[in-house]
Design a protein around this ligand. Structure first.
Ligand SMILES: Nc1ncnc2c1ncn2[C@@H]1O[C@H](COP(=O)(O)O)[C@@H](OP(=O)(O)O)[C@H]1O
Ligand SMILES: [Mg+2]
Ligand SMILES: [Mg+2]
Ligand SMILES: [Mg+2]
Length: 355
């Protein structure tokens, strides 16, 4: 009788195992670049910084994941020259055995390459990184299945950096909806307070107004979407409120999956899901609201005049669909798809399957 060799774990488990493994390498790259001292900072726009660490880590993660999963779509935040040489030691061949030791939930067993999109933020919290607020920095790898955030890795390279040399530097948190999240201790926030976390470096009048409308007893302004979601799952904040279109899919995909896997929610400000399929616009034009508990209570606090300026992904896509339908049925009708085009045109170019 022919032997049936070792069974290959399901795709989603292999992607998470490769992502966890490469996130540790990413942490080393970030720490080495900071130690070397030349951050090579450029401003990609207005208050939108990029450093050599962002560039190097994107090369490492995208090249590694593309090598393992050549048919899976990968979007990274940074726009890089596809001709860039990638050092051999940037390709991480190992898979995390810790991830593979978990049993894959049945719902993912038949997921195939074309159903998956990976969203990579090589360094989240760049502004704070350049200012030495090192625990705000995370590396984010989000795994979407059929347009929904399902799995995520949030690696914090400077976790413990102020705890003395005995404390292990860096930690990896990962999760999969249906399986759970690992690498931290889940804690609820204090019941007698209402701590709101929000941006430290991208605030404006509307961002502040939305936070104040949530009746905070305390406001924690810190960098990074990943870091703010860590505050939620470790009981240090009740809600992450960001009434801005500045966050992108790579900022929210991994944190959303990790949060959701422990019972929390991350939606836009209208309470609608953020979408993560291949064709979706990259910016979160509906803003961001994340909580571990009482999501609806916070949604109800966001003022209607603020809500009316945000557009959910579902609504944008429906609008485009209707416009395409109208165009097809009456070619003489002038096209009016300005809103979606505006949203798309401000997105930074992606590095997608260019390796
Ligand atoms: N107005 C804006 N323009 C560009 N990026 C923005 C932005 N507002 C938020 N972001 C991005 O969203 C992430 C979280 O923002 P914040 O730290 O302000 O809460 C950061 O990711 P990066 O650091 O990966 O670029 C940040 O740059
Ligand atoms: Mg950035
Ligand atoms: Mg980011
Ligand atoms: Mg980034």
């Amino acid at each position: 009788m022919a032997s049936t060799g070792p069974t290959v774990p399901p795709l989603i488990m292999r992607i998470l195992a490769a992502s966890v493994a490469v996130s540790h390498r990413a942490g080393n790259i970030i720490r080495d670049i900071l130690k070397a001292g030349d951050l090579g900072i450029v401003d990609k726009g207005k208050n939108d910084l990029q450093t050599e660490a962002d560039r190097a880590v994107q090369r490492c993660i995208v090249a590694t994941l593309h090598r393992h999963f050549p048919r899976v779509a990968i979007f990274g935040e940074e726009s890089l020259d596809p001709g860039d040489r990638i050092p051999d030691d940037y390709i991480v061949k190992e898979l995390s055995q810790d991830v593979l030791s978990h049993v894959c939930p049945d719902i993912y067993k038949n997921v195939s390459d074309d159903q998956v999109v990976i969203w990579v933020d090589p360094l989240d919290g760049t502004a704070e990184f350049t200012q030495g607020l090192l625990d705000h920095v995370t590396v984010l790898i989000g795994v979407a299945v059929n347009g929904e955030a399902r799995g995520g890795v949030v690696y914090q390279p400077y976790y413990n950096y102020q705890s003395g040399s005995d404390a292990g530097l860096g930690r990896c948190i990962w999760g999969l909806i249906g399986l759970g999240s690992f690498g931290f201790t889940l804690k609820s926030p204090p019941a007698n307070k209402n701590i709101i976390t929000t941006t430290r470096s991208h605030a404006d009048r509307i961002v502040t107004e939305a936070v104040n409308a949530c009746e905070p007893t305390e406001i924690v302004k810190v960098g990074g979407a990943g870091h703010k979601v860590l505050l939620l799952i470790e009981g240090k904040a009740h809600a992450y409120v960001f009434a801005s279109k500045g966050c992108k899919k790579w900022d929210t995909c991994a944190p959303e999956a990790v949060l959701h896997a422990v019972g929390g929610r991350l939606t836009d400000l209208l309470g609608n899901p953020i979408l993560y399929h291949q064709q979706v616009q990259h910016r979160n034009a509906g803003g961001v609201l994340a909580t571990l508990h009482n999501h609806q209570w916070f949604l109800d606090r966001i003022p209607a005049n603020i809500k009316s300026t945000f557009v959910s992904d579902t609504a944008s896509e429906e609008m485009v669909r209707l416009q395409q339908q109208a165009k097809a049925s009456a070619s003489s009708v002038p096209s009016g798809d300005t809103l979606f085009k505006e949203g798309s045109s401000v997105d930074p170019p992606e590095f997608h399957k260019t390796l």
